[in-house]
Ligand binder design. Structure first.
Ligand SMILES: Cc1ncc(COP(=O)(O)O)c(C=O)c1O
Length: 462
């Protein structure tokens, strides 16, 4: 054994203790860590020839790189929909690496059963019935890709083509219809050989809405003359968190032939809060569903879940055919359900968080975040230099400069907010107007944090 490895092996408990100390310090200081860091990263270094041991690696990381890492897991980082990691999920994430399980059924471990149990809990949390099965993937982009891959296979079934063998080209042109799809949907279409240009944007409801006009969707489906299609419904759009009417869209299935995929990346969490659960009414009728867990469940990157009613088609797409991997009768191993073969036990952090805080704890996070978004929305509305671009529907405040909101001026505002180190918001364009989004999803965010964000916005726009 290399001496550096042998040395680390002999001191493994001490080494993990040192890493714990660094992590604990960072986690404690997170709320006050600058939300965004500027400056230049250290210059590239040559590949180390002789290893220096893990203590040196830890010290070098702490000294050279950690100061440039942002507080994006903290309470006033309101960019994208990032959230953070609950204490229990962080512990679960550490143990995922410590146990480093082989998740294939042939691996002789119960780890796969833990993933199955966690998926079943999540299915219940999001109000899905037992007809839905699920698997963990790396994020909502992967979840949308898997859902559309199963939908593509379903199109083959309808048209008498075995897509997993003959390829996507055998389908001919595919129609994917959606109102306000996330950019990961055309990306998935590119990956799947459907092609980004086959996305047909359906008109939205009038009145500053991002939800699809179901009557327009029906006309578009009628125009396909019976050709099967894929519909992507959106449960929580990134700018204004608008929701398609899932029940009305699902009802169209009685008259038109389509695969219904729902991107509920973060909007799916509305199901946890009685006041908002109606927004995802009808989710269970979907053929495939995407929910991101590193967003509003507050588990570390990278974790999302994908659900489907057609596990048989999923296996057709993702079956990893080799005698050494097997495909036993009954529950397929996850490696036959997702793009990855070897996979991390990314269910463990979610399992930890659900055991530690339960449905009620996670509901409290969702409800508090929504209340804080409303509070910031009201505050922004009252500031003379800013105006809301849309009502606060759930957990995102979409706003812009009251006067002359050019891209340049809005970008400058975003930079000024980030430079404060106090808050972080991301630029967007809504209804053709450049603006900013402040997304609440972090378990730590409080009223005091929201007031601090508001003060920064007031100063930067004043
Ligand atoms: C609605 C929606 N879908 C998909 C995604 C992609 O998620 P990920 O970055 O986890 O791939 C996002 C991310 O913001 C999203 O908001």
């Amino acid at each position: 054994m290399h001496p550096a490895l042998a040395g680390d092996l002999s001191r493994l408990p001490e080494l993990l203790q040192s890493a714990r100390d660094v992590a604990a310090h960072e986690a404690e200081a997170l709320a006050e860590r600058p939300v965004a860091v500027s400056g230049t990263a250290p210059p590239p270094e040559p590949l180390p020839e002789d290893g220096a041991g893990a203590d040196v690696a830890l010290a070098r990381f702490a000294e050279r790189w950690a100061p440039g890492f942002s507080g994006s897991a903290g309470p006033r980082y309101l960019g994208f929909v990032t959230a953070g990691a609950t204490p229990a999920s962080l512990a679960g994430d550490w143990l995922t690496s410590a146990f480093d399980q082989n998740l294939s059924g042939a691996g002789g471990s119960w780890a796969q059963e833990l993933e199955r149990q966690t998926v079943a809990w999540l299915r219940e949390l999001f109000g899905l019935g037992e007809a839905h099965s699920g698997a963990f993937v790396t994020g909502a982009t992967a979840s949308n890709t898997v859902g559309l891959a199963i939908g593509r296979e379903w199109l083959g079934e309808r048209l008498g083509v075995d897509v997993s063998r003959a390829g996507a080209a055998a389908l001919g042109p595919v129609d994917v219809l959606s109102g306000s799809p996330h950019s990961s949907v055309p990306k998935a279409m590119s990956v799947l050989g459907i092609g980004r240009d086959r996305l047909r944007k359906v008109p939205l409801l009038p009145g500053n809405r991002e939800a699809v006009d179901v009557a327009a969707l029906e006309s578009a489906l009628a125009g396909l003359d019976g050709r099967p299609a894929i519909v992507v419904a959106n449960a929580g759009t990134v700018n204004t968190v608008d929701f398609d009417d899932l029940r009305a869209i699902a009802a169209l299935k009685e008259r038109y032939d389509f695969w219904l995929h729902v991107d509920a990346a973060f909007g799916g969490f509305a199901a946890l809060a009685p006041e908002h659960a109606a927004l995802v009414d009808g989710l269970d009728a979907a053929d495939s569903v995407c929910v991101d867990l590193h967003k509003w469940l507050n588990v570390p990157y990278d974790a999302a879940v994908q659900f489907t009613r057609r596990r048989d088609l999923q296996v057709k797409v993702f079956h990893n055919a080799s005698p050494y991997l097997g495909l036993p009768a009954g529950e397929p191993d996850f490696l036959h359900l997702t793009p990855e073969n070897s996979r991390r036990l990314r269910a463990l952090p979610a399992w930890f968080s659900l055991v530690a805080y339960g449905r009620a704890g996670h509901r409290e996070i969702v409800e508090r975040n929504v209340a804080l978004a409303r509070r910031l929305g009201a505050g922004v509305d009252a500031l003379p230099g800013l105006r809301l671009l849309a009502p606060v529907r759930l957990n995102v405040v979409c706003f812009t400069l009251a006067e002359d909101p050019t891209q340049e001026r809005v970008d400058a505002l975003a930079r000024a907010v980030a430079a404060s180190g106090e808050a972080y918001v991301t630029p967007t364009v809504h209804g053709g107007v450049p603006g900013l989004r402040a997304a609440f999803s972090n378990w730590r965010t409080t009223e005091a944090d929201t007031e601090r964000v508001l003060r920064v916005l007031a100063a930067a726009s004043g």
